[in-house]
Design a protein. Structure first.
Length: 255
């Protein structure tokens, strides 16, 4: 059974090993440089060229196409939906085809999955099928164990404990299932001392924190105000600012 941890109330310890998880998740990649280049060119280019560049960025950096294929000979249990709507559209499929990882992907046996606001917003609000193919398995954050890998994967071995965030758009796969395909560059190793629930709570919220706070020049000793400190992003931002960046932290929270 997959254990679900809600990011907005999950624990986020601050020891050095978990800080390392955050840094591993945000390994600089060619995708980062690709995104910066496309967005810069979109600003200075003509409107038509800008749209083409944005479309290229979406297909390369967000959609991560093509998606993994279905294994029609092996099944798994998964939560799915065929139409958008409230929670009543969710179905538990006990014989859903397992994914076959691409050459650059690992197949993860999911031990824990986190739920973020984006999950119910994507399910609730109508989206084109090319953005959210149906049937869709919801969920983007996971932690688990590698059970198979593509031929081009070099950083992970079968049996490795990992945490990952899968692409938000363009794929029918999600993390509310027994197995999920993950691109190698979207995953990181998880130390044995970190439980799967804590690891699964990190990717989306943790990346949000790192992508913003890493831009602060010479942060040590500076003061920072973090709003909504009790939330998933806020609670990680507080600990990252204090224990990694060495900042003096103040925060707000609703009563």
């Amino acid at each position: 059974m997959i254990r679900i941890c809600f990011v907005f109330c999950s624990k986020t310890p601050s020891n050095s090993q978990e800080q390392e998880v955050l840094h591993q998740v945000h390994r600089p990649s060619k995708q980062d440089n690709c995104v910066r280049m496309y967005m810069h060119l979109a600003v200075v280019a003509s409107p038509v060229v800008a749209w083409l560049l944005v479309a290229r960025y979406v297909s390369v950096a967000i959609l991560d196409l093509p998606s993994a294929q279905k294994n029609l000979h092996e099944s798994m249990t998964a939560v799915t939906y065929d139409v958008h709507g409230d929670v009543s559209v969710l179905q538990v499929q006990e014989a859903f085809p397992r994914p076959i990882p691409r050459d650059d992907q690992i197949l993860v046996q999911v031990k824990a999955s986190a739920i973020n606001p984006v999950d119910f917003k994507y399910r609730r609000n109508p989206q084109a099928d090319y953005l959210i193919p149906k049937p869709k398995i919801p969920g983007f954050d996971l932690a688990g164990v590698v059970v198979a890998k593509g031929k081009d994967v070099t950083k992970f071995q079968v049996g490795d404990r990992v945490a990952a965030m899968i692409p938000l758009l363009g794929s029918p796969w999600g993390t509310l299932a027994e197995y999920a395909p993950v691109k190698e560059s979207f995953a990181c190793h998880v130390h044995d001392s970190i439980d799967f629930e804590s690891a699964a709570a990190f990717p989306l919220a943790g990346l949000t924190v790192i992508q913003k706070l890493r831009k602060i020049p010479s942060p040590k000793g500076k003061k920072i105000l973090i709003h909504a400190g009790a939330g998933g992003v806020g609670s990680i931002a507080i600990q990252y600012s204090k224990h990694v960046l060495g900042m003096f932290v103040a925060t707000t929270a609703s009563s």
